[in-house]
Every structure is written in C-alpha cells, then in structure tokens.
Design a protein around this ligand. Structure first.
Ligand code: ATP
Length: 239
C-alpha cells in the first residue's frame, strides 16, 4: 500500500467559543481520492481550512508524511504541496485568465515549474487557453471553476483539496467537475481530498469517504460500501 500522506488526529476546532469540530480524525494515502461528505454546516470546510493552516486546532494534530505540521503556517504548507481550492473559487475577476494563473504561482515550488504547469493546465482545460486574455469574471460559472482548479494545479499540489467544486453548476457540469478529481489522480498522480454536498456523486468518484455530522466523523469506509449502506442511503441519498 502507498504511503500515508496526511493524518488529521483528533482535532477540536473552534470559532471563538463555538466548537465546530469534535475530535475529528482522518487519513489520506498517496494516490487516493477521499471524499468528506455531510450536510450543510457539518464541518467540512472547517476541516479543510485546518488542514491548509487557515485555522488552528485547539487540540489534536495535523501530520504530513509523518511530520507534525500543526504549527506550520499556511504558506509553508503550500510549499509542501498542500493546496486548497476554496468554496466560492477565490479567483480574481478583474484579472485575465492568464494573469490569474501567473499570480497563483506565488510559491517557490510553483515558480520553478511554471511554464511546464501552464502547458499542462492548458492541455487539461483547452477553454482556458482559448480564453487566456479574457477577464476571469466574465466567464461562465463552469469556466471559473475550471480556472480555480487550474490555479491550484499551477501550485503543483501533492494533495489537492477541493471544497464544493460543483456548487452552482448545472448537473452535467457538476458531474464533470467532480469526475475531474478522478482524472487528476489517474493522469497526474495527484491525491485528492474532495468536499461535496452531492453525496451520491462523491461516493461514485471517491475511493474512500468520511461522513461528518455536526462536527464529528460518524462513518468512514470504502465509498462503494457506504453507497450501499441502508443508513447512508436513507440519510443522504434520499432512498
Ligand atoms: P458548508 O457546506 O455550509 O460550508 P460545512 O460542512 O463546510 O458546511 P463549516 O463551514 O465547516 O461546515 O461549518 C461548521 C460549523 O461552524 C457551522 O455550524 C458553521 O455555522 C460554523 N462556522 C463556520 N464558519 C464560521 C465562522 N467564521 N464563525 C463562526 N462560526 C462558523
């Protein structure tokens, strides 16, 4: 089995006095697509932000390739290859597509291989090459989501964390974007941690999944098993 890339060990995370996560633990192995699913407000985004270093856990640890990175700041985690595509995309609407890609290369890791990464991103998303001089904010929602993912790829992720990539997209595009997680793993060897409200779709795409409820991991396992689980089907798949 491939090596363990990430472990989240028993983290408690607070916003002020409000506790959002209660002893959350999860693991991601190299080459996996792992989904983190759950209802609105379950703590999925909070978990990703804690992994990328935007939030500090009050208890517990974040471990990357065996090293405790709990107190490593976010920009240094990006140098390690931990890259987060935030919910709402985080692109710059008044910059062109190309400029958005240039400013994404703020880490040394990204700058060193920028030309090569640019070519890879344009091959993966030919639309972005066609529209490289267009202002990002004038593109369709689907194209903007592609750009958000392209910006993350420019950073040469080893672990790519996608927060609700399908949000606001028409069903067909939503499928495409979520299936992209699988392609990135298969074609580029990128490990993916996917947060999705569309449980059905994420269980199709992921190898393994964790189910979060009100800040706690309540289920985990191979995605195929969870998909067949009567309780999951009732609670999340409307069956
Ligand atoms: P969503 O899909 O809506 O983003 P989520 O599963 O990602 O849901 P989180 O955004 O992680 O959930 O939120 C977990 C809990 O923390 C929720 O109860 C939410 O209201 C609360 N919360 C999130 N951000 C903040 C904040 N900045 N300040 C206070 N509470 C917050």
């Amino acid at each position: 089995m491939a090596g363990r890339l990430l472990s989240v060990e028993n983290i408690d995370v607070y916003y002020g006095e409000f506790q959002a996560l209660f002893g959350v633990s999860l693991e991601v192995y190299e080459g996996e697509v792992v989904a983190l699913v759950g209802a609105n407000g379950a703590g999925k985004t909070t978990t990703l932000k804690t992994i990328s270093g935007l939030l500090r856990p009050r208890r517990g640890r974040i471990v990357w390739e065996g090293q405790d990175i709990t107190s490593v700041p976010a920009y240094q985690r990006a140098e390690l290859g931990i890259v987060h595509v935030p919910e709402g995309r985080g692109i710059f609407p008044y910059l062109t597509v190309y400029e958005n890609l240039v400013v994404a290369a703020y880490t040394r890791r990204a700058r060193e291989r920028f030309e090569e990464s640019l070519e890879m991103v344009y091959e993966l998303f030919p639309r972005l090459r066609e529209r490289k001089r267009q202002l990002a904010g004038t593109m369709s929602g689907g194209e903007q989501q592609m750009l958000a993912i392209a910006r993350a790829l420019i950073q040469r992720p080893r672990l790519l964390m996608l927060d609700e990539p399908s949000l606001g997209l028409a069903p067909k595009l939503a499928r495409e974007v979520v299936y992209l997680a699988r392609r990135l793993r298969d074609e580029y060897g990128i490990t993916v941690l996917l947060v999705e409200q569309n449980v059905r779709l994420s269980l199709k795409v992921a190898d393994r999944a964790y189910v979060l409820e009100t800040g706690r991991v309540v289920r985990e396992g191979p995605a195929g098993e969870l998909e067949k689980d009567p309780e999951i089907r009732r609670a999340y798949l409307g069956i």
